[in-house]
Design a protein around this ligand. Structure first.
Ligand SMILES: *[C@@H]1O[C@H](CO)[C@@H](O)[C@H](O)[C@H]1NC(C)=O
Ligand SMILES: *[C@@H]1O[C@H](CO)[C@@H](O)[C@H](O)[C@H]1NC(C)=O
Ligand SMILES: *[C@@H]1O[C@H](CO)[C@@H](O)[C@H](O)[C@H]1NC(C)=O
Length: 519
């Protein structure tokens, strides 16, 4: 038998470059319920095996993951050797998956149990097993003899939140397929599980529609900056094989300038002095043709993106153009509407009903709630505004019995000199005055990187490892004030990202990684 004792190691001070002193220094995000023992096992890259077992043991998702992790664990050690001596060899890790169900959904179980001294990893779902494999791979390092080694380690790891998301914006600037795939890998290395794909916006429409090909022909920057149906299918599959859902956003009725180029009469013509100005506002909700279009379009989207949720946007709707348009004014009179918020409500209510009839649930930006629009009970409200005031918003939303998702404190596109990840790390989505029922309605959070100043040249280094701070906050029940442990571990995680091919920038000032970045 191996005896477990928690290693109490005196804290190292100061710089982020401190060598790892404990095995947990290698871990990001920190597994919940973990215990590290004093034994150390050696792994032989020529003979070590993963042994899949259980009903889910023959899953293709698991099979591919085992192949990936077999390579990842035998990469050069991302950090200097841990001082240790080998207790015994470890020749295999049995990976038991209870269920063969590969459905990826909001409530998919991501938990796992790992016990290296028993050579055992077990999980209810294949996606839980993926998280356990990531943890196992992070524990492997090399010792001074150049041997691969893994400590005696146990975890009964359950994530804090179901929804650990990351939003990319491919409208302001296009992201190359390779960048998106590398990013999905990096997300998996940090246990994120949702890619929110803000695929189109005012500036460009890179989505290639089957029913409305003119939308990308006229609305994309050019025909080299589009995602084909095949590209999209590849992203969805690549993500699924890494346990990541793809929730696509088609934001309406505002943020749709690029939509109007391919679909005549979709947008509202703006007027000045009783004449059309040639500019356009939000989608025109008053025409039947709008609803015919939206029905066909969202039916296609529901089929192309298999996740049960679609993000319907709904933010920043300006009423000015609607107000200026005489046809809209006439329609408002007919409907006895006295203000334009009623028109917005009309649009959203009808859109939400439409999307529900085609069998999808939805996420919407917080304006839908703020404007007191009626929403269906399963709506997830995405909080992005408010600065430090977001707790009141989260309180109000959960008080109304609705699910919510937090991004206000996690906009990675805001950059500044110095170390900024601690402020992401210290933002707690549950830091509001709600009851236990209210807290249970907070499904998680999402890092966002709006792409006005971001494309494939700087996306990965700007994102990583800063996004890691958010990943740990959403996974781990670590102490918010313990920046010391987090500083060391995030530095080590960054070095691991580099070894694994992600050009992650230095998070905490002067430091070095044993393996420098090379293209
Ligand atoms: C608007 O009000 C008039 C007068 O009260 C009523 O006859 C009409 O049915 C109303 N229209 C709608 C769409 O509610
Ligand atoms: C929350 O609701 C209260 C009461 O309706 C309201 O006064 C307040 O402005 C709301 N706060 C936010 C941030 O929406
Ligand atoms: C929460 O409520 C308590 C008791 O009403 C109050 O003292 C506290 O300041 C509130 N905290 C926040 C963050 O609103």
């Amino acid at each position: 038998m191996f005896s477990y004792s928690i290693l109490l190691i005196a804290a190292l001070c100061g710089a982020a470059t401190s060598d790892p002193s404990t095995s947990t220094d290698l871990l990001w995000p920190l597994p919940n319920g973990n215990t590290v023992g004093s034994d150390m096992y050696s792994l032989d890259s020529k003979t070590f095996m993963f042994v899949p077992a259980g009903k889910g043991g023959s899953s293709d998702v698991l099979k591919e993951a085992l192949e990936r992790y077999m390579k990842l664990i035998f990469l050069p050690s991302p950090v200097p050797a841990l001082a240790s001596s080998i207790t015994a060899p470890m020749d295999k890790l049995t990976v038991t998956v209870d269920s063969s169900d590969e459905t990826l959904a909001l409530n998919t179980d991501n938990s796992y149990m790992l016990d290296t001294s028993m050579s055992m990893l077990s999980a209810k779902t294949v996606y839980g097993a993926l998280k356990g494999l990531e943890t196992f791979s992070q524990l492997v390092s090399t010792n001074s003899m150049g041997q691969f080694q893994v400590p005696s380690f146990k975890a009964n790891d359950v994530p804090s939140f179901l929804y650990r998301g990351f939003m990319i914006d491919t409208s302001r600037h296009f992201l190359e397929m390779k960048t998106i795939m590398d990013h999905l890998d990096a997300m998996a290395y940090s246990k994120f599980n949702v890619l929110h794909w803000h695929i189109v916006d005012d500036q460009s429409f890179p989505y290639t529609s089957i029913a409305f090909p003119a939308m990308s022909v006229k609305g994309a920057y050019d025909q080299n900056h589009i995602y084909s149906q095949d590209d999209i299918a590849q992203v969805i599959k690549y993500a699924k094989y890494r346990g990541i859902r793809v929730v696509v956003e088609f934001d309406t009725p505002g943020h749709t300038q690029s939509w109007g180029k391919g679909i005549p009469n979709l947008l509202t013509p703006c007027y000045a002095n009783d004449k059309p100005t040639g500019t356009y506002g939000p989608i025109n909700p008053t025409l039947d043709s709008t609803w015919t279009f939206l029905h066909t379009f969202f039916t296609e989207i529901a089929r192309v993106f298999p996740d049960s949720y679609i993000h319907l946007g709904g933010d920043e709707v300006s009423f000015l153009c609607w107000e200026s348009n005489p046809d809209i004014q006439k329609w408002m009179k007919m409907m006895n509407y006295t203000n334009y918020a009623q028109l917005e409500q009309y649009y959203e209510t009808k859109l939400l009903e439409l999307v529900k009839t085609i069998g999808k649930q939805y996420v919407v930006w917080q304006e839908i709630f703020d404007n007191k629009l009626e929403v269906l009970p399963d709506t997830v409200i995405h909080v992005w505004k408010g600065g430090d005031n977001w707790p009141k918003e989260v309180y109000n939303i959960t008080k109304a019995g609705l699910k919510t998702l937090l991004s206000s404190c996690w906009y990675l596109n805001y950059i500044s000199y110095g170390e900024d990840w601690p402020k992401y790390y210290q933002c707690d989505p549950l830091a509001f005055n709600g009851t236990a029922e209210q807290q249970a309605l907070v499904v998680g959070g999402e890092a966002c990187i709006w792409a006005e100043y971001v494309d494939s040249t700087n996306f990965l280094p700007r994102t990583w490892p800063r996004a890691g701070a958010i990943a740990e906050r959403l996974w781990s029940k670590t102490d918010f004030s313990d920046l010391h442990s987090a500083t060391t571990r995030l530095h080590n995680h960054r070095c691991r990202l580099i070894v694994r091919g992600i050009p992650a920038q230095p998070p905490s000032g002067p430091s070095f990684c044993p393996h420098e970045w090379e293209e």
